[in-house]
Design a protein around this ligand. Sequence first.
Ligand code: PLP
Length: 293
Amino acid sequence: MRESIHTWAKNTLGATGDFDVLPLIGSKEFVAWLPTFLESRKVLFPEIAYPTYNVGAMMAKAISIPVDFDASQWPVADLAWVNTPSNPTGRVHTRAELLEAISYSRKNKTVLACDECYLEFGYDKTPFSILSLTEGNNQNILAVHSLSKRSSLAGYRAGFVIGDSDLIAKIREVRKHAGMMVALPIQLAMIAALSDSTHVQEQRDRYNARREALTPALIRHGFRIDESHAGLYIWCTRDEDSWESVDWLANLGILATPGSFYGSSGAKHIRVALTATDAQINQALARLNQTAS
Ligand SMILES: Cc1ncc(COP(=O)(O)O)c(C=O)c1O
């Protein structure tokens, strides 16, 4: 399995130089426990973000600081999270932003963990891995991946992290004594999933077709689409409190997530997931189309 991850990291992410890989019981447990493994005191995370970055900092009793994308403005910290493509916004980091984050990490000796679990689901932008930009020097760099998204294996709990060999050796030492091993049948499923990319292409096309079906209907009802360049979500707003938008959709029997779940900067947006079945998406579309704006 480790060999499969290694090969995939080179071929798909463009990883170079010395790096190691570590299987995870889904990537969420790693996001939650990393600050504890590293005994981090100060953790940076994106101001609109998947909540577990902050939860992990809280579990480690670290100070957590939400930050913007520009790493040249980040305060000194011992762990910094980047998420590209972003959940919930679908924003894709630029090359310049990732390079700035790498130089921040090198300057401050900060562990830079890049959560890339939606990497293969580009829409109108093609996301790329932080590991393709390190020029083979992966010191203090970690890229986090998940087969929950890539291969729709959420129920299997199958993720992995790739990066700095010394850091991964240190983390592995703690994890193996804490019982965080991936079960053998899951390891075999991971090998099978990583050795095929056709299913990923098919799933990407499916998500993007759902995105293209829902987007005009949301716009017709006054929503503005922001970011949403990749990933499994549409991030949109009617410049009203997110709960008002959620209520409006709920009255049509459509479930969306209030952006406030991802930080106060998201309080006027909603996240519409493209993970429902095609039949459900079509039903939502029919309800939107039958409703007056
Ligand atoms: C940004 C991000 N990271 C990590 C995860 C965790 O995924 P899993 O634990 O299924 O690998 C999620 C799940 O929604 C996510 O959105």
